[in-house]
Design a protein around this ligand. Structure first.
Ligand SMILES: Cc1cc2nc3c(=O)[nH]c(=O)nc-3n(C[C@H](O)[C@H](O)[C@H](O)COP(=O)(O)OP(=O)(O)OC[C@H]3O[C@@H](n4cnc5c(N)ncnc54)[C@H](O)[C@@H]3O)c2cc1C
Length: 483
């Protein structure tokens, strides 16, 4: 029997465990143990119900076009629970002074694809609109190296587009800083478009023409689970042998064991895992931890690898969810919510109108606002008290929305160093990590530090790590896996 240790019980570790569980059920001679430092599974995925509303502490949905998450849900018998975002109501606003200005129709991330709405919007000055037209007619030369998302946007569409559009979008989605994030890692498709078409607008229009040939209505942009994202976590947990899942068990150290140890074939090393409860031996390990966590465990084993991993920056975030009687939200504009540019000098990064975004998660007669704070911009807020954070959010909502009514409940969740930030040069860094890890037979990495921070990407890394582990514990394949 071969043994695999999984470190970290977030969605990446859980999807690795589920893949190994399926292999075990199909008769493969394998067992595994999952070590999770916290007292619950799911990592940043956590949902609760308050006043009949589904409140998401972390992610509230995933991108529909990334199939891994919905596929996993179906496999777990949750197909009927999947719901799409209410895209007929999709409208997002940008806060400018005391006004909420809707994003113009036809905007594909930062790329304008429709002439009239771009010409009419109050979001951009005439100067920016002229630069957008020039981008189509006389595009800038493509970048030869990786650059920040802000740099690429500035070259094509000017600084105002960075300030009013790209920075708030990235802060809202990634808790990130447009001046730091890598175009190639975060917007790889745009980097390719620039290479091919020079003009991003031309590239987007070409992509849209191609998509236009696909038949049927467009799928919803976001998908989620009716009862909350943690349904996915609970469904996986219910399939794993409980005695193989160790909660409240932080891994303090790992070490390489030379051949001849627990069932390891000749010439192949095993690995030890140390926790406060003792030492266990495995044939392979899946490190489904934040990069800083994997770095600290790998430092005594491979210093350059640990250095490369600890170079992946992380940002922290806070979500503040406020419940209301819907009558109190009469003055809310229609749409999914708003984003706040850093130039507005506010604590709020974004606010989602949850009752509009998804049907069926908030009972009739209720409304739910989910606010984001922190991010790369405002880390110190993490240490503020519940009362202070509530006061900050209520004050800013009053200034932005004119909302004076007190909420019927407030839920606050703090996520320290949870969101990986793919800085300029990220892809080269990750290639270095892959090269070094290939020298450590029996170790695989999974999670949000590598090739996508969204839930579907994390699921995919967990599945791939499990497939690799299954090959690696087969003596002939040790060290040959693609990690
Ligand atoms: C507020 C917020 C909103 C988000 N919104 C979305 C969204 O809407 N859609 C989307 O697709 N993505 C979203 N994301 C991103 C996505 O949710 C995460 O990237 C993903 O869930 C991370 O999963 P993971 O398993 O890699 O890491 P984590 O969830 O961070 O799990 C890692 C686990 O490892 C454990 N651990 C750490 N060290 C040790 C150790 N030494 N020993 C044992 N265990 C250890 C931790 O306790 C943790 O449980 C959001 C993230 C946040 C924080």
């Amino acid at each position: 029997m071969k043994r695999v240790g999984i470190l970290g019980g977030g969605i990446a570790g859980l999807s690795a465990a589920w893949s190994l569980e399926k292999a075990r059920r199909s008769g493969q001679p394998i067992e595994y143990r999952l070590f999770e430092a916290g007292e619950r599974l799911g990592g940043v995925i956590a949902s609760e119900t308050a006043d009949g509303c589904v409140v998401e502490a972390g992610p509230d949905s995933f991108l529909t076009e990334k199939a891994a998450a919905a596929q996993l849900c179906r496999e777990l018998g949750l197909g009927d629970e999947l719901i799409g975002s209410n895209d007929a109501e999709r409208k997002t606003y940008i806060v400018v002074g005391k006004r909420l200005i809707p994003l113009p129709d036809g905007l594909m991330f930062m790329v304008p694809t429709k002439l009239a709405p771009t010409a009419m919007t109050r979001l951009f000055s005439l100067r920016t609109k002229l630069q957008m037209a020039r981008e189509f007619l006389f595009p800038p030369a493509p970048a030869t190296n990786d650059e920040s998302v802000a740099e690429m946007t500035r070259r094509h569409f000017g600084q105002e587009t960075v300030d009013r559009l790209v920075s708030p979008l990235l802060a809202g989605v990634y808790g990130g800083d447009a001046d730091q994030l890598s175009v190639r890692a975060v917007l790889g498709r745009m980097a390719d478009m620039e290479k091919k078409h020079r003009s991003l607008t031309r590239g987007m229009l070409a992509a849209r023409r191609q998509r236009g040939t696909a038949k049927g209505p467009a799928p919803p942009l976001f998908t989620t689970l009716r009862g909350g994202m943690s349904q996915m976590v609970d469904a996986i947990a219910s399939q794993l042998p409980p005695e193989w899942v160790h909660l409240g068990t932080e891994v303090h150290a790992i070490d390489r064991m030379e051949s001849g140890g627990h069932g390891t074939p000749r010439g192949v090393s095993g690995w030890t895992v140390e926790t406060p409860f003792g030492r266990e031996v495995f044939d392979a390990l899946i490190l489904a931890l934040p990069a800083w966590g994997s770095a600290s465990l790998l430092r005594p084993i491979d210093h350059p690898l640990a250095e490369a991993l600890s170079g992946v920056a992380y940002s922290s975030s806070i979500t503040v969810t406020l419940g209301y009687e819907i009558g109190r939200l009469r003055n809310l504009p229609p749409g999914f919510g708003f984003l706040v540019p850093a130039t507005e000098k506010r604590a709020l990064l974004a606010c989602t109108f949850v009752h509009t975004k998804f049907a069926g998660r908030v009972p009739e007669g209720k409304g739910l606002l989910r606010c984001f704070l922190g991010g790369a911009r405002n880390d110190e807020l993490l240490d503020e008290s519940h009362a202070r954070l509530t006061a900050i959010v209520l004050k800013e909502l009053e200034q932005i929305l004119g909302l004076k009514a007190p909420p019927s409940f407030v839920r606050i969740y703090r996520w320290r160093q949870a969101m990986a930030q793919y800085g300029v040069g990220h892809l080269e860094r990750i290639q270095l990590v892959r090269d070094r890890i290939a020298e450590l037979p029996g170790i695989a990495l999974a999670g949000n530090a590598y090739r996508g921070i969204g839930v579907p990407d994390c699921i995919r890394t967990g599945q791939e790590a499990a497939e690799w582990a299954l090959r690696a514990v087969d003596a002939a394949a040790v060290g040959a896996g693609a990690r």
